[in-house]
Design a protein around this ligand. Sequence first.
Ligand code: KIV
Ligand code: ZN
Length: 523
Amino acid sequence: MDESDISSEGNVTVFDTTLRDGEQSPGAALGVNEKLEVARALEGMGVDIIEAGFPISSPGDLRAVQQISEEIRDCIICGLTRANREDIDAAAEALEKAARPRIHTGLGVSDVHIRRKLRTDREQALQWGVDAVKYAKRFVEDVQYYAEDAGRADPSYLYQVLEAVINAGATVVNVPDTTGYTTPEEFGSLIRGIMDNVANIDRAVVSVHCHNDLGMATANTLAGVVNGARQVEVTVNGIGERAGNSSLEEVVMALRTRSDFFNLDTGIEARRLYPTSRLVSELMSIAVQPNKAIVGANAFAHSSGIHQDGVLKERTTYEIINPRDVGAPESAIILSARSGRHGLRHRLEQLGHSLDDEQFEKVYQRFLEVADKKKAVDTRDLEAIVADEARIFFEETYHLEHVQVSCGNNSIPTATVRMRGPDGEIICDADYGTGPVDAVYRAINRVIGEQNELIEFSVQAATEGIDAVGRVTIRIQADEPVNGTQRTVYSGHGADTDIVVASAKAYTFALNRLIAARREAQG
Ligand code: KIV
Ligand code: ZN
């Protein structure tokens, strides 16, 4: 039996907020179909609760929570609200079809939140919280209360609030370190204080929600668990507001790898950690830092000779987790054009990609092109191809058919693009710029005409070597908020052995996503 299979029943419940707090990261906005795809992956991984969105925030968010509620049956589906009736009505509407709905309501408990943000006093804030819980209980049995900025609150006031909201019917009380301010010792003591001082705490589950502003989110979450919390609020890859939230994969694997210390576990299927991390990273166009614990590209790479020698003799000399147990692929497996359809299909399945025939054919054709240029195609190339060809969950309004660039040190960089438009018409245009990428972007702008500013552009090589597949990630800012939402930043990615082509694909991707978001917001 593998270490990862020790328990399939968790005694710490996993509350995933990738689709709510995670999606608040700039440029991480997803469309409804993309959110559904992430929700399916979370369900497949064994997450207990999916916080699917903040329904009042936009019609698109409300629809996403509705569709996730309809489709996902094995998880509790949760919607976030502020402590007011309008928000709670929207969440109740969005969760109507959920098998097990939960409303997550609450408001600030620190003095700075109460006095400056809510412009009220402690007594009034407590009353609003109690009223919100009572109102939410009209719609659902399961109501979770968040005491925002609990990490900087006066503990005695926090105890009063928690006791009052539990009396009002809260089934779960969430203790967030909203600003990522506390240290593990302090946060652990805060949870211990709650367990010891809130008279009715045995009637609710204590949840912890930690932010990573000082890099202590995972440590704080675990300190909370050690001191009595039994629900952890986490996101895939640790994405979220500012420096992010506690990372799901870190918390899950810390509890599992150090079960001798924690004596607790979750019901997460660890082999789904790596594929789910890739999916979220690709859909949100947020790269995972290479040294990220558990899911980073270097998490299991041993580069020094001494370490390599040790691992070859005995894996556990320098490895505390078997990479296979978290679903990390062995990149050493190489394919070539001769591997054929069967070989490619088999490898993709091993990597956790089940593609329909149409998606597979697109991936296969791209694979042949890359294999032709590179000869040896490894896992990282394949991941980049799949991301490009098979993971587009919104309608592509414009398709890039052809891009051609001329540049050099004594010439004016000039680009010509040919695109297929919304009605299948072919549109060709050309422009020049300060460099080849600028020229391509200008040419695409002439075709699509969507006003925006490029705010981020990055290129990464998927593999080593001069013939590597280049992966371009970009973020664009629309000149105006897209209808029904304040979101203006959209991301895109593209991969190709030619980075100018990859840039053109990434830009087209981001523009299509912006156009799709506008269409979605219009209903
Ligand atoms: O960080 C926070 O306090 C939150 C709450 C809305 C739960 O995200
Ligand atoms: Zn948060």
